[in-house]
Ligand binder design. Structure first.
Ligand code: ADP
Ligand code: G6P
Length: 477
């Protein structure tokens, strides 16, 4: 039966909505911007065109009624407390996340978690099928929803289905550990087009299809057994809203705030900055170790040099995250206890979320931005930093294990596992003459300006439209 409810030509499905419903200390609930790079990127894409966003509102129990915000139709999907534990914290973030990030911490495999993942993916697919117009483009996001493409195809063979992976796709040797590897691949192969951050990721996917499913593959095409459909898998690195963020960073009050931040830190000669979700993939411990060693060797110290580490709370009920938080906070305490001075701590540690204006001011205030992940699909912080440096100031230290490094080659590249090398890179970033650093910053900015998130979305949707096979007409009347 045709539904009276409004439908959309573009529907994205992501685990999280762009806003989270949170209950404040006073017991009232309010909407707050959700954490993470996916939301940053997709929100700017969706604000510039009509469409619906299907996702979880961040609380448990009944979902809030659908509503419109900033021109986006938001369609909340409910999760029970058990599903948050099993589908989100468990299967998504304690099974898939470690496997997809080089097993920096061990992955846990539980059949209950898998069952919950299937149930929730089915619920997302049903919500998508309800809001998608005839022939719509459905754009599924990230590792939490890998079964959704095939489930949507079953419900709505008339729509075009894309999926984009914001995180790395692992080499087949790691992916093969997953007891549910073939189901995950079959889920993804329900799409017409699959986008990845790096070529290595799309190749890993194609190889997994060949080796684990016995699928026929040719370059970036995988032929689906039985249906003879062909699915394309290609790299399409995500980006930031360069114009919008640069404009924000040019606002006089943001620039004044950047000066105020420096002044409140005692106007150091060198202000270093780290901005990450508190995640073991981000290399925060390696960064602190390199910094601590530089301080204890007397290479520099506070008040002339100081470090601000912003660590956004993340996935706090998952053991690996709880342990990491303890380790980071203990290390910061030790560094400050042993190497800080009265009125001049060596590390300013902030475990909060901030508004975009404050982030832009922080980026402008920082002489050296430390982006040192052990593995990261892209790392938008690196691109945001260069976007905010319209003054051509600052230096970006960037891990080779980020997607961003594949585009931002001119940055001060580092291997965060090599602590000695990381120390040397930090010193180089500090000591390189200003005019050379300006030249580097200009090149980095040009790259991000030319490859912003709007261009990424347009390229993605064009690739989706051009995907090899044409969808079948609707079975729904
Ligand atoms: P991830 O998606 O893994 O968290 P990214 O670097 O790709 O990593 O994206 C992180 C996003 O979250 C960026 O847009 C960044 O500006 C934002 N962010 C990180 N920390 C904070 C914070 N403390 N307050 C507000 N925004 C933050
Ligand atoms: C990364 C993932 C996103 C996720 C975000 C925040 O960017 O790719 O899918 O939303 O981290 O993590 P969280 O678990 O809080 O949603």
């Amino acid at each position: 039966m045709p539904s009276a409810r409004q439908t959309y030509d573009l529907v994205i499905a992501a685990n999280r909505l762009p806003v989270d419903k949170v209950v404040t200390d006073s017991g009232e609930s309010e909407w707050r911007r959700s954490p993470g790079g996916l939301v940053t990127a997709m929100e700017s894409v969706m604000r510039s065109q009509p469409g619906a966003w299907v996702g979880w509102a961040g609380d448990t129990g009944e979902a809030p009624e659908p509503f419109d915000e900033d021109g986006i139709h938001l369609r909340p999907v409910p999760l029970s407390a058990d599903e948050v534990r099993d589908y989100y914290e468990g299967f998504s973030n304690d099974t898939l996340w470690p496997i997809y990030h080089d097993v920096i911490v061990p992955a846990s495999f539980h059949r209950d978690w898998w069952s919950s993942y299937q149930t929730v993916n089915q619920r997302f697919a049903e919500a998508v099928a309800e809001v998608a117009a005839e022939g719509a483009r459905v754009w599924v996001q990230d590792y939490q929803l890998q079964l959704v493409p095939a489930l949507v195809r079953k419900l709505r063979p008339d729509v075009r289905i894309g999926w984009f992976n914001h995180i790395p796709f692992p080499p087949v040797e790691l992916f093969a550990q997953l007891p549910w590897r073939t189901q995950l691949l079959d889920g993804l192969l329900g799409a017409d087009f699959l986008g990845f951050q790096r070529q290595a990721d799309s190749r890993n996917f194609v190889r997994a299809c060949r080796q684990l499913l016995g699928a026929r593959t040719k370059r970036d095409l995988v032929t689906v057994e039985g249906s003879h459909r062909r699915v394309r898998a290609a790299a399409m690195p995500i980006s930031v809203d360069f114009k919008g963020l640069e404009e924000l960073a040019k606002q006089p009050d943001v620039m004044a705030r950047a000066r105020e931040i420096r002044a409140s830190l005692g106007d150091p000669e060198v202000l270093m900055l780290g901005v990450d979700r508190l995640d073991y993939t981000k290399g925060i411990r390696h960064r602190l170790k390199a910094y601590e060693e530089l301080l204890s060797e007397g290479r520099f110290g506070p008040p002339e040099v100081t470090l601000v580490q912003v660590a956004t709370p993340s996935r706090e009920r998952v053991d690996a995250y709880r342990i990491l938080r303890g380790e980071v906070e203990q290390t910061v305490g030790r560094i400050n206890g042993e190497l800080g001075k009265i009125g001049a701590p060596a590390v300013h540690y902030l475990h909060h979320s901030y508004p975009r204006e404050e982030m832009a001011a922080l980026f402008q205030a920082a002489d050296v931005m430390l982006v040192t992940p052990l593995r990261d699909g892209m790392n938008l912080v690196a691109k945001e930093y260069v976007t905010c440096r319209h003054d051509l100031g600052g230096a970006l230290v960037l891990s080779e294990f980020t997607g961003a490094w594949h585009e931002l080659h001119q940055a001060f590249a580092c291997n965060p596992h090599d602590i000695e090398g990381l120390k040397q890179t930090i010193l180089r970033a500090i000591n390189t003459p200003a005019k050379d650093k300006q030249r580097i910053m200009r090149a980095l900015r040009r790259r991000v300006a030319d490859h912003d998130v709007q261009r990424w979305a347009a390229r993605y949707l064009a690739a989706l439209d051009a995907a090899p096979d044409v969808p079948r007409p609707s079975l729904v009347s």
